[in-house]
Design a protein around this ligand. Structure first.
Ligand SMILES: [Fe+2]
Length: 618
């Protein structure tokens, strides 16, 4: 048996993945264990979990693969510094101690952390090779074009390649500082959101805006070239030499200083979001067209942080440049750990792939699970009253009925998700038809005032009836945005239309009922959907089916099981703590159902505040 451990670390979203004889046994992000969002430390907990899941010891590892090449990355930092010297000295000086201490000597760091792994060989793959491998090898395609797009790895910021059977090859690379991911991050920063996590908010803000800055962006900031590449005018950006993403020239061009985080959002910010989203889609689609031209392949696989832009993915799908798409669910750097491990197995060791009609990602349910015994002990220890179900069908009947009554249910079942989205293993569920559900969820459960609607999960066999997607399309990893079909859209009064277009308070706008499923429909009728199927999702699928039987509605709201700034819950104890600190009505931990009304008393407000204060706002 060949045991390969893949690791990504020291940038953002550290993760570990274990592969035994080519099969993905376990994968998890370090943040879930340390409870620190986007934790970039050495993923000691995730590694421990992976080894335990595979029932192997460190000394059994044959390969330890790292997701990028630190020396090449250092080379970029150094060259960038020299190109901008002495301007970049401050950021260079801040980055250096960490580099000199651990990053540059990664082999030494790895050896120190794996003292027992005596026979393991260390392998370092390039950042975009790792992304490309994570996109192609688990995909259901024997051959496909590969497109990876992110902020930056070593030098590459995007790559076009192709995969055939058990080999991948990169044909083209776009190099730093020209980067679609960094362009998007620059606008994320300028609009007052956190770089590397607020990109999602910018994307959610875009439908409120008009893309009136696109010409300005194209004229001054970025040149979109016919060969799928782009060229950024570095006179407006500061990330090569400074500690910010944009500079004063950028602010002058776009009419003001960057928005202070958490301050009031203005129409200008929404228009900026709409504009950079439009430009991003144009560049992204151009890259995809070039990938098609260069490779001649019918299918496309995607990875890299930009592949999490599900609005752009939805456009790409509808544009029909490729017949089929497959997107790595852990498209960000956590997925690099999976890519580098699969690269060793297929590319270096030349092992063939066995194609599965779905994919080899197993619904991305690759994290830890908990037993009923463990949960029972926890509930007894915490004196939490519960009901245990011997038959699954009775549990599902009761949970579906609770949801149909408008209750909010924390749902914990099976193995935890690998990747940024909750996919029905660690989710908060609710009825999307309830008009007030969106604000209730935001204010009482997630403790945020969000302008974004929630994501729907829908029975796969019903998806194309409700959403505008090509027949047969699936989105098991919640990576596609599509519009709600005309017949489900609500008639909107002139008054409401005014609110939707102009009200400065985004919460007013998002509360206008736009469809039969108001809590999941954005102002432009779009929704970020997950299709749920019996093979990948098991009990979660059966719950949704039961909900449909009771209500004729095949959709539930599926939002991640956490509060603002908190990583998705990992253990039953994490889930119970989050449940008690919020206004969730019920909690399902495997076969156990806990109702808030049966709990002796709610956690006092002070406890709740303490709990919430442990997580930095995102
Ligand atoms: Fe990346």
């Amino acid at each position: 048996m060949t045991a390969i451990l893949g690791i990504s670390a020291f940038y953002h979203d550290s993760a570990a993945v274990l592969i035994l004889d080519g099969r993905i046994i376990a994968a998890a992000q370090e943040e879930r264990f340390t409870r620190k969002k986007h934790d970039s430390n050495f993923p000691a907990n995730a590694i421990r979990y992976c080894l335990a899941a595979g029932n192997i010891r460190e000394e059994d590892l044959d390969y330890i693969a790292f997701y990028d090449k630190p020396l090449l990355k250092f080379d970029r930092l150094l060259e960038t510094y020299l190109a901008f010297a002495p301007l970049g000295f401050r950021s260079f000086r801040l980055a250096m101690p960490l580099w000199l201490k651990e990053k540059i000597h990664m082999r030494r760091v790895l050896k120190k952390n794996f003292k027992a792994a005596r026979r393991a060989k260390f392998v370092f793959t390039e950042h975009h090779e790792s992304h490309a491998a994570s996109a192609f090898f688990p995909s259901p395609f024997a051959d496909a074009a590969i497109l990876t797009v992110d902020g930056v790895g070593e030098w590459a910021t995007a790559a076009i390649g192709s995969g055939e059977n058990s080999r991948i090859q990169l044909h083209r690379q776009l190099r730093f500082p020209h980067s679609l991911g960094l362009l998007y991050s620059a606008f994320t920063y300028y609009c007052g959101f956190k770089v590397n996590s607020g990109e999602y908010k910018l994307m959610g803000l875009a439908p409120y805006g008009t893309p009136r800055y696109t010409d300005l962006i194209r004229k001054h900031l970025v040149e979109i070239r016919a060969d799928g590449s782009m060229w950024m005018n570095m006179g407006f950006f500061n990330y090569c030499q400074g500690l910010t993403m944009t500079n004063h020239r950028f602010s002058e061009l776009l009419g003001g200083p960057p928005r202070a985080p958490e301050s009031q959002l203005e129409q200008r910010h929404m228009d900026l979001a709409a504009s950079v989203q439009a430009v991003t889609e144009e560049i992204f689609l151009n890259m995809a067209r070039e990938a098609r031209r260069v490779t001649g392949k019918n299918n496309l696989v995607l990875a890299g942080g930009v592949a999490l832009n599900c609005v752009a993915n939805g456009k790409l799908l509808r544009e029909g440049i490729f017949e089929k798409l497959w997107i790595q669910p852990a498209a960000g750097d956590a997925g690099g750990a999976l890519g580098t491990a699969l690269f060793v197995w297929h590319q270096l060791l030349e092992n063939p792939r066995t194609l599965s009609p779905d994919d080899a990602q197993e619904g991305s349910l690759l994290g830890p699970r908990s037993s009923n015994d463990e949960i029972n002990r926890l509930l007894l220890e915490k004196s939490v009253p519960y009901k245990k179900f011997a038959a699954e069908s009775e549990l599902l009947d009761e949970v579906a009925a609770l949801l149909a009554q408008g209750k909010i249910v924390g749902w914990f079942h099976g193995r935890m998700e690998f990747g940024p989205r909750a996919l029905g293993a660690r989710s908060i569920l609710a009825d999307p038809r309830v008009p007030t559900m969106q604000s209730t969820l935001n204010l009482k459960i997630k403790f945020r005032e969000s302008f974004r609607p929630f994501a729907p999960c829908v029975l796969r066999e019903r998806a194309e009836n409700i959403f505008e997607i090509p027949p047969g399309t699936e989105s098991p990893y919640m990576l596609l945005v599509a519009a709600v079909r005309e017949m489900f859209r609500a008639r909107i009064s002139d008054n409401d239309r005014q609110t939707m277009q102009n009200d400065p308070d985004l919460r007013q706008r998002v509360n206008v009922v736009r469809s039969t499923f108001p809590a999941i429909t954005h102002v432009d009728y779009s929704a970020r959907l997950q299709t749920v199927d019996a093979v990948r999702h098991g009990r979660f699928y059966r719950l949704l089916k039961r909900f449909e039987e009771q209500t004729h509605c095949p959709i539930l709201i599926n939002t991640s099981f956490n509060v603002r700034g908190e990583p998705i819950v990992c253990t039953p104890a994490d889930a119970l703590r989050c449940f008690l600190a919020t206004d969730m009505d019920a909690l399902v931990l495997e076969d156990f159902l806990i109702r808030k009304e049966d709990c002796p008393k709610n956690v006092a407000a002070i406890e709740r505040d303490k709990y919430l204060a442990t997580f930095e706002t995102d």
